[in-house]
Design a protein around this ligand. Structure first.
Ligand code: UDP
Length: 266
């Protein structure tokens, strides 16, 4: 097993399944059972879920509402999704804790880094709700930040698309998928992986990101088994080794498998 601790980012929209809105119970149970299977192998799993299936802060501006108010509504939406995932996991007898960036003490624990790490060490799935608890951020930023804080080996961004493409594959039939790409190339080519805050956090802390299709059953487990799936975003050969904070041991063993030939060796 290559990873010890992962941060799985699930978008709220992916949770909708084929619906236009809300939570698709089948999709929810699929996510829960995939997470259960990974936890059973001894990998420590932390999860951040978005809220886009219920509410997005920027939408409030379109309605003529206050952006900050909308962002807090968006954060609460992520708590609803987090609670749904928590219940789904518990139904499968997986031990979980929901830690929130906003204090909602009847429902979840407040986010405390040491506590999160302790839960993970005990084999509990830790769900981070309410993003980072501040407006003007996204759950991608929360995923990156929490992953760095808990020293996760990788951010796994589970979406409906199976990786990063040269162009939007739904609009451009000639678009091709990257198997791996460096942080710098993503910026240079202006590819849409995460918002810039989230992306920069990963880049500066040498935290690899894998974008993959979470909706195909079994993909999470395949990734954990070291299969090349989706797109890996990484520092690149020399740059990766020269950063102050080295790629964690687990990620370092995995990188050559997934990356194949790093740019400097090609
Ligand atoms: N949000 C926020 N701060 C955070 C995380 C989320 O203000 O730290 C708000 C923001 O309005 C965002 C919404 O919550 O639009 C839902 O999160 P996001 O859009 O990231 O969800 P996803 O696209 O992954 O479903």
């Amino acid at each position: 097993m290559t990873y010890q601790r992962i941060l799985l980012k699930l978008s709220g929209e992916a949770l909708m399944g084929e619906q236009q809105y809300g939570i698709d119970p089948e999709r929810l149970m699929q996510y829960a059972s995939e997470i259960k299977a990974v936890v059973a192998t001894g990998v420590q799993v932390a999860v951040v879920i978005g809220g886009g299936n219920i509410y997005r802060g920027v939408e409030s501006v379109a309605f003529g509402l206050d952006r900050v108010q909308g962002d807090y509504m968006g954060m609460l939406a992520t708590v609803i999704n987090s609670m749904a995932l928590q219940s789904a996991l518990e139904k499968l007898d997986v031990s979980t804790r929901l830690l929130s960036g906003l204090t909602i003490q009847r429902v979840c624990e407040p986010y405390i880094r040491r506590r999160a790490v302790r839960h993970l060490e005990k084999g509990r799935v830790v769900i981070f709700g309410a993003g980072i608890g501040s407006p003007y951020f996204t759950t991608d930023s929360a995923a990156s930040l929490r992953a760095i804080e808990i020293e996760a080996d990788v951010v796994l961004k589970g979406t409906r698309v199976d990786g990063i493409y040269t162009a939007d594959p739904e609009k451009d039939p000639t678009a091709t998928k990257y198997e791996n790409i460096t942080f710098d190339e993503v910026i240079e080519k202006n590819l849409n992986v995460m918002d810039m805050t989230a992306f920069t956090l990963c880049k500066e802390n040498n935290l690899p990101i894998i974008v993959f299709d979470m909706n195909t059953q079994g993909n999470l487990g395949r990734l954990m088994d070291g299969e090349t799936l989706g797109t890996l975003v990484h520092m690149g050969g020399a740059a990766g080794r020269s950063t102050k904070k080295p790629v964690s041991e687990a990620a370092a063993t995995l990188l050559p498998n997934i990356v194949g030939k790093l740019p400097e060796q090609a």
